[in-house]
Design a protein around this ligand. Structure first.
Ligand SMILES: [Zn+2]
Length: 424
C-alpha cells in the first residue's frame, strides 16, 4: 500500500492551524485560541463561547498560556445568516439550521481555492461529528430538499495546494419552504448502473502478462472469461441488493430513466506522479522491489475524477482497469491471479468501489469497500459501512492520507438523504 499510516492528532492539527479552517478540528481550534492569536475566522461569539466554557470548567482565560477546552463546531458555531446574500466563509463548516422532512435550503459557495462542497447532517450517535448527506457544485447555487430530519451544515474542502491566504470564499444560503421544495424535480428513488465487460477484459492484456505470460495462461484466462463475467455481475448484484442502487447486465433492458455505466476494460494503467485517487501500490514485498509500481485500478470518468458528491450526475461512468491487477513481470505475479475466486473478488470489489464513487461515496479509513486500497490488499468480503472519511493528497512526492475524525460516511444515511423513499 502506498498509504502512510495516519495520525489523527497530526491530521487535526495540520488542518486547524490554518487561518480559515475550524470546522472539523475542534481540538486544534482550541489550541490556536490559546496561542494568543485568535484565528481571524473566530467570530466574537465563538471566542466568547470558548471563554465561557473555559470559565465554566475551571480553566483560565488569561492571555496565552491557558488551557482552553476544545470548541465543538457542530454545537458551538452559530447558524449563518440565511438571507440569500453572500457572506464571507468564516470556517470550513457553516451551520444551516434545523430542517424537517419536506423542507430544504438553497446554497451557493464561491471561492477559487474551494474544491468541494458537502452537506452534512448532525450525527445522532455523537454531537461532535457530521454525516455526509450530499453535496453540490462549487460556484453554482443548488437546492437541497431534506429527506432526513436534522441539523444541517455546509462543509467545504480547499484545494490543498493553495496558500493559506488564498483560502477564502463566500456562502449564500436561504431556507426553502415545503411549497418551494414541492416545485423542485423530485429526487430519484435510486440509481441504475449497467455493468459492461469489454471483449478480452481478462486477456488483452487483462490479467495476462504480455512479456512473461505463456499462451497456456492466456487460453486459461480466455476459457474462464464467461464464468468470471457471470460471477462478478452476481457479486455486484448481491453487494447492492439492499441499497437504492440497481445493477443490470449488458443483456438487461435498462428501465426508463438515467443509467450510469461501469465498464471492465483490459487495460493496465500506470499512475502518474500526481495521481492520488484510486492509484495504489500492490502490497509491498521487500524481496521484489521491482514490483512496486503504482497503478490505477479504477476511475470515475474522465480519468482522475473524484466521487460524484450528492449523485448530481445520474448518467456518469466509471471503469475498472483489469490489466492493472496483472502483476507485471515473472517475479511480480499477484495473488489476484492465484484463483478464479481471487480474480472475481478483486475486480468485483473494485467495481463496487467505483460504483460507490459514481453515487458519491468517498474513501474511508476503515477496511471497507470504500477503503482506498482495500480491493487489492484484502481478499475477503467487504461491506459499505459507517466510517471516517479519508482524503488523499500528494505532497513532496508522497501520497499523504488525512482521516477526518469528525466527518462520517454512513452509506445507509447517505442513501436515505439523497434518494427518495420507494413507494412500492
Ligand atoms: Zn476510490
Amino acid at each position: 500500500m502506498n498509504l502512510r499510516p495516519y495520525d489523527h492528532a497530526a491530521t487535526t492539527c495540520r488542518e486547524s492551524s490554518s487561518a480559515s479552517v475550524t470546522g472539523y478540528a475542534p481540538r486544534c481550534a482550541a489550541r490556536s485560541l490559546t496561542s494568543c492569536h485568535a484565528p481571524p475566522h473566530a467570530g466574537r461569539a465563538v471566542l466568547l463561547a470558548a471563554m465561557i466554557i473555559a470559565t465554566m470548567t475551571g480553566g483560565m482565560w488569561s492571555g496565552c498560556a491557558v488551557d482552553v477546552p476544545p470548541l465543538n463546531p457542530f454545537t458551538d458555531l452559530p447558524v449563518i445568516d440565511l438571507d440569500g446574500s453572500p457572506h464571507e466563509l468564516t470556517a470550513d463548516l457553516s451551520p444551516l439550521g434545523e430542517y424537517a422532512i419536506g423542507e430544504g435550503f438553497r446554497v451557493r459557495i464561491d471561492g477559487d481555492a474551494i474544491r468541494s462542497v458537502r452537506i452534512l447532517i448532525a450525527d445522532t450517535e455523537t454531537n461532535e461529528a457530521g454525516v455526509i448527506a450530499g453535496g453540490g457544485p462549487v460556484g453554482t447555487s443548488f437546492d437541497y430538499p431534506v429527506l432526513e430530519a436534522g441539523r444541517y451544515f455546509a462543509f467545504i474542502r480547499f484545494d490543498e495546494s493553495t496558500n493559506q491566504a488564498d483560502r477564502t470564499g463566500t456562502i449564500t444560503a436561504e431556507r426553502s419552504s415545503a411549497s418551494d421544495v414541492a416545485l423542485l424535480e423530485p429526487p430519484a428513488e435510486g440509481q441504475v448502473v449497467q455493468v459492461i465487460f469489454e471483449e478480452g477484459f481478462l486477456t488483452e492484456p487483462g490479467l495476462w502478462d504480455p512479456d512473461d505470460g505463456t499462451q497456456e495462461e492466456r487460453e486459461f484466462l480466455a476459457d474462464i472469461s464467461d464464468l468470471v463475467r457471470g460471477e462478478v455481475l452476481g457479486r455486484l448484484k448481491a453487494i447492492f441488493a439492499d441499497t437504492p442502487i440497481q445493477i443490470i447486465g449488458e443483456g438487461d433492458d435498462p428501465p426508463d430513466g438515467p443509467v450510469s455505466r461501469l465498464t471492465f476494460t483490459p487495460v493496465r494503467v500506470l499512475a502518474e506522479d500526481q495521481d492520488v485517487f484510486d492509484a495504489a501500490l500492490p502490497p509491498p514485498d521487500p524481496d521484489f522491489p521491482e514490483c512496486q509500481v503504482r497503478v490505477i485500478f479504477g476511475s470515475v470518468l474522465p480519468a482522475g475524477s473524484r466521487e460524484d458528491i450528492g449523485n448530481r450526475d445520474p448518467e456518469d461512468e466509471a471503469v475498472v482497469n483489469v490489466g492493472s491487477f496483472q502483476g507485471h513481470g515473472a517475479s511480480c505475479r499477484t495473488a489476484v491471479t492465484n484463483s478464479i475466486n481471487n480474480i472475481v473478488f478483486a475486480i468485483a470489489q473494485t467495481g463496487a468501489h467505483e460504483i460507490g464513487h459514481l453515487v458519491g461515496l468517498a474513501h474511508v479509513g476503515q477496511i471497507d469497500i470504500m477503503n482506498a486500497s482495500a480491493t487489492l490488499a484484502f481478499f475477503r468480503d467487504l461491506e459499505f459501512a459507517r466510517g471516517q472519511v479519508q482524503f488523499d493528497r500528494f505532497i513532496d512526492g508522497e501520497v499523504v492520507s488525512d482521516i477526518l475524525t469528525t466527518v462520517i460516511q454512513d452509506p445507509q444515511i447517505y442513501f436515505r438523504a439523497i434518494f427518495a423513499p420507494r413507494l412500492d
